[in-house]
Design a protein around this ligand. Structure first.
Ligand code: ADP
Length: 471
């Protein structure tokens, strides 16, 4: 079976978050199931640079009024397709924002063009798998094209908060027929909704954990799309993300100061973190954060608990970027607590590995979390995840409550974000468990044994693809 996976990011070529990791891992995850995935991404500078001797496999003279080419190459041995349209994609800055972090004004037309291109080559594949709003118009283009209507498609929601909403003035530029403008088409609260259009048109919808698949039926998580999700009913599936063990294994990780197989051997990495972050050297608990700094990730809640965390003997190392107010607040905490709290801003892949390899516990107080990957990396590395009980976090971490500890199955700590004082309480609970070394070791060992590789999730995607082809 041949699948075209369409996304705006793919590790290692371009990454701003978990989407890239998942898109990068899918071809390898599906290969054992006799599913051949070609990944299609936009031709950003980093992507074009990585393409060696690309082949031109398609040319457009009028792709929504522009010239463009489709280049074929390889990503980790798997087929890669790149939309080469320099005016739209060969820009400095990020995939969605300029160097100053401001969204490009023309993101609507950039990703509509990308989706249109993918829909044009879709007929070479059995299934088109579109990820997030940037690719979500692909099923809509297929649906409104007379000769492509039968093409089977999936939209995967990696985060319902990002919906691709644009002014209605964009509609005439999308090259869609007039009847696509309507409540069951691309219209969304008076504007154009890319994710909405994709969810309405796709043969099936997936999201990245079973709990999030249930949560998005509720207004708090569905963010305006809960009604549509409910209407799509049985077409909506929750398939947990896996992690790529070729990249995330503590015994082979070259970004670590000292690779290891046992949790007791992590000390050299902890010392390395302390040096990089300018933290005091001690054997007390070192909490870490690797995150976009945003409201979703609950970073304001963590900030409110930081003084208490330090007061209880903890230290905190934060690697993150995003909201400048949150960055500033962590910097202020660093000034208040020299040697106890430190932040490194920016995006640093090797440092994220070192933190997982030497931190004692990773804090993830997300208000919502479709799947979350950093808790899975934490489990694999013996960096105990402390997570809010929501979405994929709830599905992947077994709370160290009395029963789970007695049964020896606990892998981390969960807490209910809505409860007053919850953040401080869970930090206190972690510090107490950390002091009981054999208990803490057992939690680490259980986490390191947990299997969140792609084996099971790859099989579920393969089964869904086959089911769609039989429909
Ligand atoms: P999201 O996609 O919502 O940001 P996930 O937990 O699904 O959250 O994925 C985040 C990914 O980005 C992980 O691979 C994490 O290690 C990585 N990451 C986040 N912030 C940074 C950073 N500042 N530096 C390096 N890696 C980061």
């Amino acid at each position: 079976m041949r699948v075209l996976s369409v996304a705006s990011e793919a590790f290692p070529l371009v990454k701003t978050g978990g989407l890239a990791d998942v898109v990068g891992a899918l071809p390898g995850a599906l290969a054992p199931h006799r599913v051949e995935i070609s990944t299609m991404i936009p031709g950003y500078p980093s992507v074009l640079k990585a393409l060696t001797k690309p082949e031109i496999v398609h040319r457009w003279t009028d792709l929504l009024g522009m010239k463009a080419r489709l280049l074929a190459g390889k990503i980790d041995g798997h087929a890669l397709l790149v939309l080469d349209q320099p005016e739209l994609f060969a820009r400095s800055g990020g995939p969605y924002t300029d160097a100053g972090g401001k969204d490009w004004d023309d993101n609507g037309i950039r990703f509509a063009t990308f989706a249109r291109a993918a829909s044009d080559v879709a007929s070479d594949y059995d299934i088109v798998h579109a990820h997030d709003w940037q690719a979500a118009l692909v099923p809509a283009y297929l649906r409104y094209s007379e000769d492509k209507r039968a093409q089977k498609s999936i939209v995967t929601i990696h985060n319902m908060a990002f919906q691709g909403r644009f002014d209605r003035a964009l509609f005439p530029r999308l090259g869609l027929p007039q009847h696509a403008w309507g409540v069951d088409g691309v219209e969304y609260y008076g504007g154009v909704g890319f994710l909405k259009a994709g969810l309405a048109a796709a043969t099936a919808i997936t999201t990245v954990s079973p709990t999030y698949a249930r949560e998005i039926r509720l207004p708090e998580f569905g963010m305006g799309l809960e009604g549509l999700i409910a209407v799509r009913g049985g077409a909506v599936h929750g398939i947990l993300n896996g992690i790529d063990r070729a990249i995330w294994s503590p015994d082979t990780d070259t970004a670590l100061a000292a690779p290891y197989t046992k949790p007791a051997r992590r000390t050299a990495n902890k010392r390395a973190i302390e040096s990089v972050f300018g933290l005091a050297h001690d054997d007390g608990p070192l909490f870490i954060v690797i995150s976009r700094l945003s409201w979703q990730k609950g970073m304001d809640l963590l900030l409110a608990a930081t003084d208490a965390l330090v007061g209880m003997g903890g230290r905190l190392a934060v690697l993150g970027s995003g909201d400048t107010a949150l960055e500033g607040a962590f910097q202020a905490a660093q000034v208040r607590h020299p040697g106890r709290v430190a932040i490194r801003t920016g995006y640093d892949e090797p440092l994220s590995h070192l933190l997982q390899g030497g931190g004692d516990a990773i804090l993830i107080p997300s208000r919502f979390e479709p799947c979350g990957l950093t808790q899975l990396y934490g489990l694999a590395y013996g960096c105990v995840p402390i997570v809010a009980r929501t979405g994929g976090l709830a599905d992947t971490v077994i709370d160290a409550n009395t029963a789970a500890l007695a049964a020896g199955v606990a892998t981390g700590l969960q807490f209910d974000l809505a409860a007053p004082g919850a953040m401080i309480d869970v930090v206190a609970r972690a510090i107490d468990l950390y002091a009981r070394t054999p208990t803490w070791r057992k939690i680490q060992q259980q986490g390191m044994k947990a299997n969140f590789s792609w084996d099971a999730s790859g099989a579920r995607y393969a089964a869904l693809y086959r089911q769609l082809l039989e429909q």
